[in-house]
Design a protein around this ligand. Structure first.
Ligand code: GAP
Length: 524
């Protein structure tokens, strides 16, 4: 099946079985918004809870070969407000950075003022190159040569300036010339070597705004947070003053974020309302590299342990010229990428691990006038900590789990099953009386009542057993316990494993223990 068809089938399964629905479905939906159905919310909560456990309740042991080895790293949680004082977004750069005609580079995630870009080309080339206005001709030439070399052609002739980015991509007079200036896919953005990564210029701010209170004017405008991270920086001092954390330590948060994405697309991959799982790790500047490398490995372990392993997961260090403003001065950003069906054979970002330097705390200190320095008693030194930020998408993670789990199997009635790792599966087990007969149902109800205290389990009595197995396969339930005549005789049930469909007898009393053993994610 093609990746495109697989994606269509997955979206349809998600709706049919209650994972994800278009938001406001009965009104025809609303672009970029999605609702999580009965199974989707379980799947999302499982991913959320596993992240929280790995990061906050049971954080990893410190890096080997350092003074931090052998003991869990220091981590606390937070749940900050979605709406903060609008000055937050001035300090973070979102107010200034998200206005005017903007273009985004999909590859590097960098944003540019479209009216600050100029476009160059060279003879005999089908590619155009966008640069910031200030870029020297020397740098323009260097980059174009690098690009040509990568593509195996050194044959650069005359480099010439075509004009403003916005004019070049809309200009009618250039329309019929040799180069297709209308086509954004020919343009190479300033910080990448790949053509076609720039979006259309747009005039509005990426932040969604609102007006708390009764007055609706500019002075009373507030924003729905575009990232959860800033709530953490705002509470840095509160956390320091109220808990016993010492640097290095982290503050973790999971929550909604909103972005007025110009082109929400690919199901829940890029939506306007989504959820993030972010952690800001505060450390001494001299240890930023140590911790960046540490979190890079730890985060990969997490995704692997819950089922995103193998070829579909990739780690990629950003090149120096791909970095965001806050990461430029630091050790850069590394992405954990997943091969989504719509990016295949390429990959899409699942999580970024950035070295944000002291950018955010310095900015908030400047704009708020509040001291955000840390006094390090051991070093007898006052400084603004550096920050390492593993920032993952919760809802994007749900999509990766769904895509990874989707498995075609012509040998079973459902034709497909979801191969979830048991730790993330919405239902851990289904309890199925073989028939709706008197002698099977009471035992099934008893087992269900015992297991539901500790596990998300389903009791399914109606329909023939084949149909019920098929349904459980399609929603990714890893185990089915079937109650039959033998149950009443010896107290055992059939445990059926989803992937292999293999069956074994398990004592009813041991069913909970059996499940507990099976659903544990492997610790890295
Ligand atoms: N605080 C840093 C930050 O927000 P980001 O790369 O913009 O960095 C982090 O976002 C993660 O949030 C991404 O790796 C992605 O998984 C998720 N994400 C970002 N925009 C999203 C969107 N529009 N829809 C769904 N998930 C999104």
């Amino acid at each position: 099946m093609s990746d495109e068809n697989m994606m269509k089938d997955l979206v349809s399964l998600c709706k049919r079985r209650g994972f994800v629905f278009p938001a406001s479905d009965i009104y025809g939906g609303i672009n970029g918004f999605w609702d999580y159905g009965p199974l989707g919310v379980e799947l999302k909560n499982n991913l959320r809870d596993l992240w929280w456990k790995w990061m906050v309740l049971c954080p990893p042991l410190g890096p080997e070969g350092t003074e931090y080895a052998g003991a869990p790293v220091s981590m606390v949680g937070l749940d900050s407000s979605i709406i903060q004082n609008p000055k937050t977004w001035e300090a973070s750069g979102h107010v200034a950075g998200f206005t005017d005609p903007m273009v985004d580079c999909r590859e590097t995630k960098l944003r540019y003022r479209a009216d600050h870009l100029v476009v160059y080309s060279y003879l005999d080339s089908t590619f155009l190159f966008a640069f910031n206005k200030e870029t020297s001709l020397e740098d323009v030439e260097k980059k174009i040569h690098k690009f040509a070399k990568k593509r195996g052609s050194e044959n650069i002739r005359q480099i010439f300036e075509l004009g403003d980015f916005t004019k070049v991509i809309i200009s009618d007079e250039l329309k019929d010339r040799k180069y297709n200036y209308h086509s954004l896919d020919k343009i190479v953005a300033p910080d990448t070597l790949e053509p076609g990564t720039l979006t259309e210029p747009r005039q509005f701010n990426l932040m969604l705004d609102t007006y708390p209170g009764v007055i609706r004017d500019e002075a009373h405008k507030a924003y729905l947070r575009p990232e959860t991270a800033q709530g953490i920086f705002l509470n840095f001092k509160n956390v320091l003053d109220s808990s016993r954390v010492k640097i290095p330590f982290g503050i973790a948060q999971i929550g909604k974020a909103f972005r007025n994405e110009v082109t929400p697309r690919n199901f829940i991959y890029r939506s306007r309302e989504f959820e993030q799982m972010e952690m800001e790790w505060f450390c001494h500047p001299s240890e930023a590299k140590l911790w960046r490398d540490f979190w890079f490995v730890e985060r990969q372990k997490f995704w692997t342990a819950i089922g995103l392993a193998g070829e579909n997961l990739q780690m990629r260090d950003h090149d120096k010229d791909e970095l965001s403003h806050y990461a430029k001065a630091g050790y850069g950003t590394a992405d954990i990428e997943y091969r989504f069906p719509f990016t295949a054979p390429g990959f899409g970002e699942l999580e970024g691990i950035a070295h944000r330097c002291d950018f955010d705390l310095t900015q908030h200190q400047k704009i708020s006038g509040q001291k955000l320095e840390y006094f390090d008693q051991e070093r007898n030194e006052r400084y603004i900590p550096h920050v390492i930020e593993p920032a993952a998408g919760l809802t994007r993670g749900v999509l990766a789990l769904l895509a990874e789990a989707y498995t075609l199997d012509p040998n079973r009635p459902s034709g497909v099953y979801l191969n979830f790792h048991p730790a993330v599966a919405p239902k851990k087990a289904a309890i199925l009386p073989l028939t709706a007969k008197e002698d099977h149902v009471p035992a099934a109800q008893k087992l269900y009542m015992a297991l539901r205290e500790d596990f998300a389990v389903d009791l399914d009595i109606k329909q023939n057993i084949g149909k019920r197995y098929a349904r459980q396969d399609e929603i990714g339930t890893p185990y089915c316990f079937t109650i039959d005549d033998q149950t009443n005789a010896d107290g055992t049930v059939t445990a059926r494993e989803r992937n292999t469909m293999a069956q074994e007898r398990v004592s009813m009393d041991r069913a909970g223990e059996y499940l507990r053993e099976k659903i544990k994610p492997a610790k890295g």
